[in-house]
Write a protein that binds this ligand. Structure first.
Ligand SMILES: NC(=O)c1ccc[n+]([C@@H]2O[C@H](COP(=O)([O-])OP(=O)(O)OC[C@H]3O[C@@H](n4cnc5c(N)ncnc54)[C@H](OP(=O)(O)O)[C@@H]3O)[C@@H](O)[C@H]2O)c1
Length: 290
């Protein structure tokens, strides 16, 4: 095991790119893996290849950002989503266990059914996914916990970062084109900027807390409120009409309430900044990239 070597899976993805960059800036020697577009090509559904690559790199820690993230697509392709989110996460956990590396894996608010009211979901709340994506991510959490002890499951929510496909990216483009949008008010969650999550994941990789931690942007809002705040900060004049999920039906059911908070801050779980600061960070990185 090499003390300052960190392996990042999904390193070509929206979160993985940011994690790789932030970990380098924090002094880690970073090796990125992905299906394509990173230091090493690795399909995590291939157990033998995963064991071999992790043994060869011999990292002190792994931040696992690779996933099948198409929430609607997972409804029709659950077995494919399960192979990536479930079984491959277990493969990676076997590999980290074999070489004594710590594993920090990213999971989702969609492991909850959204029926809680009046307070955020915390780590000890019961999971009950509504859809295939959430089921497969929960299977991944369980596979990791079964394979190794030195792991952190970092559940996050409503993730956005640049570059990458995300809700704010879509709304900025559509808003500028049309000048008027309709957005649901009846789903409430914790928007999370990759810049804030990434810093927390890098800290977790070097820390000692184990088990599940909730790492989402502080606070809560609806998709509608997020859109209003996004346009306000971007200085875009767009009419944001209210709608609800009965008028905007999608293949996968989404939890109506998936606000996440941590009950483990006193044990070293990170508390992320407010989601509005995340919007500001996103607009800043997006602006400086264009
Ligand atoms: N986006 C959200 O709103 C959100 C919310 C909560 C949690 N999360 C979690 O956050 C993490 C990062 O998400 P993200 O938005 O950054 O996703 P992303 O941009 O799609 O990145 C995931 C990467 O994993 C790769 N990948 C897929 N299958 C793989 C396999 N079999 N082996 C190796 N790599 C594979 C993907 O490659 P391809 O692109 O070629 O498939 C992609 O480059 C995931 O764990 C996700 O579940 C995301």
């Amino acid at each position: 095991m090499s003390d300052r070597v960190l392996l990042v899976t999904g390193a070509a993805g929206m979160l993985g790119q940011r994690v790789a960059a932030d970990a380098k800036a924090a002094g880690w020697s970073v090796v990125g893996t992905d299906l394509a577009g990173s230091d090493l090509e690795l399909d995590l559904t291939d157990l033998q290849a995963t064991l071999a690559v992790v043994a060869e790199v011999a990292p002190a820690a792994v931040i696992h950002c690779a996933a099948f993230v198409d929430v609607d697509g997972a409804e029709e392709r659950e077995s494919v989503a399960l192979a990536v989110n479930g079984e491959a996460s277990g493969n990676l956990a076997q590999a980290t266990k074999a070489c004594g590396a710590r594993l920090v894996a990213v999971s989702t608010d969609y492991v909850f059914d959204g029926t809680l009211t009046g307070r955020p979901y915390v780590e000890s709340d019961a999971t009950a996914p509504l859809g295939a994506y959430g089921r497969t991510k929960l299977a991944g959490e369980q596979a990791i916990a079964a394979a190794t002890d030195d792991y952190v499951i970092a559940r996050t929510a409503w993730l956005f970062g640049w570059p990458g496909k995300s809700f704010p990216d879509t709304m900025l483009r559509v808003g500028a084109e049309r000048g008027e949008v309709a957005v649901v008010t009846d789903q409430v969650g914790s928007p999370t900027w990759t810049g804030h999550l990434s810093a927390a994941l890098v800290d977790l990789a070097g820390g000692s807390i184990t088990g599940v931690v909730h790492t989402a942007g502080h606070g809560q809002c609806s998709w509608h409120a997020l859109t209003v705040e996004l346009y306000r900060q971007a200085g875009l004049e767009v009419v944001v009409n209210e709608t609800d999920s009965t008028a905007f039906v999608r293949p996968a059911p989404r939890p109506a309430w998936s606000v996440l908070a941590t009950e483990r801050a006193d044990q070293g779980a990170p508390v992320l900044p407010d989601w509005r600061e995340g919007v500001a960070g996103y607009l800043s990185e997006r602006g400086s990239a264009s």
